[in-house]
Design a protein around this ligand. Structure first.
Ligand code: HEC
Length: 163
């Protein structure tokens, strides 16, 4: 085989091997922490309030929002707060690209920060979805609100969130 062909074969094989590996190997330390640091730290960094501080009152929330500050997302534990409990589904509601059935075609208001262009946003969304877990990309809150039921144990069981 010519070396050109061998290289093409290696590239094709590598692409096939890399795809299934994505869903399994995404971890907070390797993939998610650097992504959050790069894309979100400006407004969700170490000097921002924790989720509990942020949501303490409507006044606190309005004040922080006016200052362009969201709740801190710079540790694994604080991210779990806005995925599992008490901010159940918040991370997913804000980052969904609008294709989730409950999003009704409207991307979450933090989706635009996932990347600098459509391709980068799509790629990073894939990454965070794989990290949250296959089948765990729920937009439900802990309790029902309006027509939207509360999150189910089956949905929570699918969370991966590897550290
Ligand atoms: C330019 C500033 C800015 C950037 C960058 C930014 N955010 Fe936000 N974010 C905010 C502000 C301000 C709020 C609070 C107002 C609101 O709820 O929209 C917020 C709210 C949120 C919430 C809702 C928290 C809650 O109250 O339940 C989530 C989740 C979130 N951001 C995630 C992210 C993620 C993940 C990134 C990076 C991909 C990001 N944000 C990037 C400013 C920002």
């Amino acid at each position: 085989m010519k070396s050109k062909h061998i290289l093409a074969l290696i590239a094709t094989t590598a692409a096939f091997v890399a795809l299934p590996a994505l869903a399994q190997d995404v971890s907070y330390r390797k993939d998610i922490a650097p992504l959050i640091k790069k894309q979100c730290a400006e407004c969700h960094g170490a000097d921002a309030p924790t989720y509990k501080e942020f949501t303490l009152s409507k006044e606190a929330q309005d004040k922080f929002t006016k200052e362009k500050t969201g709740p801190r997302t710079d540790t694994y534990e604080l991210l779990v707060h806005i995925i599992a409990y008490p901010g159940t589904g918040s991370f997913m509601r804000r980052l969904d690209d609008g294709t989730h059935p409950l999003a009704a075609g409207k991307p979450g208001n933090m989706y635009k920060y996932l990347g600098d262009n459509d391709a980068e946003r799509a790629q990073n969304l894939k990454l965070v979805k794989a990290w949250v877990g296959d089948g765990a990309w729920y937009l439900n809150r802990f309790k029902a609100r309006g027509d939207v039921p509360g999150v189910t144990k089956e949905q929570l069981d699918k969370l991966k969130l590897d550290y």
